[in-house]
Design a protein around this ligand. Sequence first.
Ligand SMILES: [Zn+2]
Length: 172
Amino acid sequence: MIRYALNCTDGHVFESWFQNSAAFDKQKKRGLVTCPICGSEKVEKAIMAPKLARTDIERPPAPMPPPPAPSNPQAATPAMPPMPPVPAGKSSVAIMSHQERELRQKLKELRDHVTKNANYVGGQFPEEARKMHYGEIEHRSIYGEASPDEAKALHEEGIEFHPLPILPDDQN
Ligand SMILES: [Zn+2]
């Protein structure tokens, strides 16, 4: 068995096991290798060394060597100097963990999905949302702007909507 890190054209990364590299090629050709996140068949091997799985039960005569130590000397630096306090007026930034980066990516996908599939109605949002809520027009996906007062009024009328996630990129 061989494990491949794969990614689709949308940039989703996932892993899958194959009997061997030929099996991967065959399954891919038949469209059987799909992205578990978006279902895309346009899947490629990620640039990453595949790991071989041990299918034997007995221990192999020679154990696998440990992974080589990072060659980057910076990685071996014992401790970072203390961070200076962030001056007022600067925007807060963060070094994100892998999970946090994934979450951020998901938010971006959500927002891209909404903005791609919904009608932009701009400042008409409260009016349009209200019309839909009261059955004056057919339900559809819309997005637009609402002032805090308008948003509050909509909530009080029981109209459900969600703020779009704002990502740091938007502020650039
Ligand atoms: Zn995908």
